[in-house]
Design a protein around this ligand. Structure first.
Ligand code: AMP
Ligand code: ZN
Ligand code: ZN
Length: 434
């Protein structure tokens, strides 16, 4: 039933797509590039993995993303791809390119601690530390395997892509810069494709963050999210025009994904950490829909007595006792106690909450958005579209886990994959020749 409704929505947006103005054309390729492309295209596939951070699966039915709607109609899609636990950015981006659950690849959160390392703290916003290879070497991302197998790669932003993982970097990469516009990212990717044939990358990533940003600030149902989605859609249209101008489009498999969805939040749905546990007894490693805590030495029993008791709108577990479906808690980097908020509920200390309320830009009742909630919740479902010469047009797959994207990418690219948690069988119906 959900699939039917979803298809109906797609049909509607596909119709709008036909009437919409096409986006401004991408810069033209050098003349030599066009001439050499036809022969080069037949030799091997190009695979481009595009992530639209926080693009919830159902956004595509809203009518603001005609390019994505067309790609979905021409290729394969699903009503919702399930993120891995925790449903936040860094763990899930690394899962998409490794096929391993966060507990397996070791980037267990946006912020985490490794007791065996010095310094022990990983924070995605602390660039110097986060780009040290040691955090990322619990698994080899696809660009590392590809480079080792003689396939050149290029990353127009991706968590992990700035680190020399096992000593290997993409042939072309860029340091993450939020200020780069969506169109600029597309154009830099196209420049890499203008390299001479022997240097041209065959596996590329492209990352957009503005849909996630608007979702956090204004909530998933806001006009700002729709506007951001439209802007990214235009940048993807620009990419397609650029691929066509270079004679590459017919030999390119595009895989468009999101890392997670977005749930509406409000200050009315707030869990105060102080009400759960005496804050003097714990170290807070990460606060959010998934909150990670470590009892201070000697305070273990007291902290567990408080936290493991039933609470409204939040549940805490010892890491080893999380529900099995989260596939989380066995990595030494997972916090000793993990708490998961009910979808739409925010976690804060009393002090953080007071600071938020005192900010004049936060009107009482202001709606925002967040993710990190139960990956099975429909609001966390992520976009998935594949389109290209190896993809079955019109395929609609039942919902699958995002660990399955990696075996699909490896297959499209012809790169031997590392062992992982994903199963090609789950996504095989998307292939023209399974
Ligand atoms: P979050 O919503 O906290 O899970 O994280 C999303 C944010 O992570 C994005 O809005 C970006 O600002 C940031 N981000 C995404 N990719 C990178 C990267 N490669 N390096 C640093 N920060 C990033
Ligand atoms: Zn994200
Ligand atoms: Zn986010």
């Amino acid at each position: 039933m959900r699939v039917l409704r979803f298809l109906a929505a797609l049909g509607l947006v596909a119709h709008i797509a036909a009437c919409a103005h096409s986006p401004a054309p991408a810069p033209a390729p050098p003349a030599s590039r066009v001439a050499s492309s036809a022969a080069g295209a037949a030799a091997a596939r190009t695979v481009i993995l595009i992530s639209i951070d926080g693009f919830r699966a159902d956004y595509i039915g809203r009518g603001h993303t005609p390019t994505l709607a067309r790609l979905a109609a021409e290729g394969a899609t699903t009503p919702g791809m399930r993120p891995s636990f925790p449903s936040v950015t860094f763990p899930n981006h690394y899962t998409l390119v490794t096929g391993r659950r966060p507990d397996g690849h070791g980037v267990v959160d946006n912020v985490f601690e490794d007791p065996a390392m010095t310094p022990p703290r990983f924070d995605k916003n602390d660039k110097a530390t986060a780009n040290e290879p040691r955090w990322w070497e619990g698994a080899a991302p696809l660009w590392v395997s590809a480079e080792r197998q003689g396939v050149r790669t290029a990353t127009m932003f991706w968590p992990g892509s700035e680190a020399a993982i096992f000593g290997v970097r993409p042939s072309y990469w860029a340091a993450f810069d939020k200020a780069t516009t969506s169109n600029q990212r597309t154009d830099r990717l196209l420049e890499w494709l203008d390299r001479p044939a022997a240097e041209r990358p065959r596996f590329l990533t492209l990352y957009f963050n503005i849909v996630d940003g608007a979702g956090h600030e204004f909530g998933p149902d806001s006009p700002e999210v729709n506007q951001a989605a439209a802007t990214v859609d235009t940048a993807i249209g620009r990419l397609i025009d650029g691929l066509k101008a270079r004679g590459l489009y017919d030999a390119t498999d595009l895989v468009v994904v999101a890392d997670h969805g977005m749930a509406a939040t409000s200050a009315q749905r707030r869990i105060l950490l102080d009400d759960l546990v005496p804050l003097a007894d714990v170290r807070t490693i990460v606060t959010g829909p998934v909150t990670g805590l470590a009892p201070l030495p000697g305070r273990e029993a007291e902290v567990e007595r408080h936290l493991l008791a039933p609470h409204d709108h939040i549940q805490c577990w010892r890491k080893a006792q999380l529900p099995a479906r989260f596939a989380y808690g066995h990595n030494p980097r997972a916090p000793p106690i993990v708490c998961l908020a009910e979808t739409g509920w925010k976690v804060a200390t009393r002090q953080q909450a007071a600071r938020y309320d005192a900010d004049p830009s936060h009107q009482p009742g202001k709606v925002g958005g967040d993710h990190g909630y139960d990956p099975a919740d429909p609001t966390m479902a992520a976009l998935f579209i594949a389109r290209g010469p190896d993809i079955r047009p019109g395929a609609v797959l039942p919902p699958f886990d995002n660990v399955d994207v990696y075996p699909l990418l490896a297959r499209l690219l012809g790169v031997k994959p590392e062992p992982g948690d994903g199963r090609l069988e789950d996504v095989a119906p998307a292939l023209l020749k399974p």
